[in-house]
Design a protein around this ligand. Structure first.
Ligand code: H2B
Length: 92
């Protein structure tokens, strides 16, 4: 099981554009259209399923909010940071 990271490790590992919110990290991705956001969410879901580590995603008007935490560990772990970086790559 992944170990929960301390504050220093989270700050050091948090990819640009992401913020820490308690036991979660979050980023809102912005898109030129609603359907582009839906496409991103679908791609992110595939990455999540492959990693078997799942975000909460809220699809809005030309934006998708992504929130990550490791439920099994009760906090933020390297899995969350790794998935955040992969979602950033997906968004381009
Ligand atoms: C049994 C447990 O739900 C699974 O190991 C996976 C599924 N997806 C998951 N996703 C997230 N974000 N955290 C988890 O701890 C987690 N656990």
């Amino acid at each position: 099981m992944s170990d929960v990271l301390d504050d220093e490790a989270i700050e050091a590992g948090l990819p640009d554009g992401w913020t820490r919110d308690g036991d979660e990290i979050a980023r809102t991705f912005e898109f030129d259209s609603y359907l582009e956001g839906v496409g991103f969410a679908s791609g992110a879901a595939g990455i999540a399923e492959e990693a078997f580590h799942h975000p909460e995603m809220t699809i809005g008007w030309r934006e998708v909010e992504v929130r990550l935490t490791t439920h099994d560990a009760g906090g933020i772990t390297g899995k969350d940071l790794d998935l955040a970086a992969r979602f950033d790559e997906l968004a381009g």
